[in-house]
Design a protein around this ligand. Structure first.
Ligand code: PEP
Length: 256
């Protein structure tokens, strides 16, 4: 069983047309197809059209940072799964900790977004992760497995056959503090075992990527761990050299 490694760039609310173009040009000039991971760029949704045009016939694919649960209707300011598909998205991030913490998204809503994404053929990248306080109190496994189990209960284990899980400790996101490869591996393994208790085949195929201050220096050690199948990258995805270097460290497949 092989898992194709995946590196997803979460641009968050960064970039403007000219900067986007320069960053994409630098990425396309520096990335090589051979032994590359699957690479997904998730820009702010207003720039999806720009990226769809610029990424045509390239090795980079496109993802949304968020979506709404409904396909259409009177939901001012929201964006639906069919709209993301319309602009060439293949993936969408759901349950990012910034959505959970700043916009009050709970597991119930995250589960609905997961379902809405898959209904339109998008692959959800489901983010889970513990807070600093939970880690200090020794509650990491409990916090993360509760998040995973709640979504599992809502969507069923087979739905994880076409999903990605991103383990993102909240204390590591945008802080420059990364979980050690050992800390990350322990949680990734715990997630895989939890999924495996429902369906071993789904668990062994599932890509579980790590996010939280991944950079050119720590990518190599993280990807060396057996249950880490790639990365969700925020800050470093805005710096071409950094992102290229992360993608180079995380190339190819992982044998399960
Ligand atoms: C993220 O946005 O999901 C993230 C992990 O950000 P950073 O790499 O900046 O910590």
């Amino acid at each position: 069983m092989e898992r194709r490694l995946l590196v997803a760039a979460n641009w968050k609310m960064h970039g403007q047309k000219l900067q986007n173009e320069m960053l994409l040009q630098a990425l396309l000039a520096g990335l090589v197809k051979e032994n590359a991971p699957e690479i997904v760029i998730c820009p702010p949704s207003i720039y999806l059209a720009q990226l769809q045009a610029e990424l045509k016939n390239t090795m980079l694919s496109l993802g949304g940072q968020n979506l709404f649960t409904e396909e259409k209707g009177a939901y001012t300011g929201e964006i639906s799964a069919p709209m993301l598909v319309d602009f060439g998205c293949r993936y969408v991030i759901v349950g990012h900790s910034e959505r959970r913490c700043l916009f009050g998204e709970d597991d119930e809503l995250v589960g609905k977004k997961f379902v809405a994404a898959q209904k339109s053929g998008l692959i959800p990248i489901l983010c889970v992760g513990e807070s600093m306080e939970q880690r200090y109190k020794g509650l990491t496994d409990e916090a993360v497995s509760t998040q995973v189990e709640r979504i599992l209960k809502k969507v069923g284990v087979k739905a994880f056959g076409s999903a990605v899980v991103a383990y993102e400790p909240v204390w590591a996101i945008g802080t420059g503090i990364t979980a050690t490869p050992e800390e990350a591996q322990a949680v990734h393994k715990m997630i895989r075992v939890a999924i495996s208790s429902h369906d071993a085949a789904v668990a062994s195929k599932l890509r579980i990527i790590y996010g939280g201050s991944v950079n050119a220096f720590n990518a190599w050690d993280l990807i060396a761990k057996s249950d880490i199948d790639g990365a969700l990258v925020g800050g470093a995805s805005l710096v071409a050299d950094q992102f290229i270097s992360i993608c180079r460290s995380m190339g190819g497949n992982k044998n399960a």
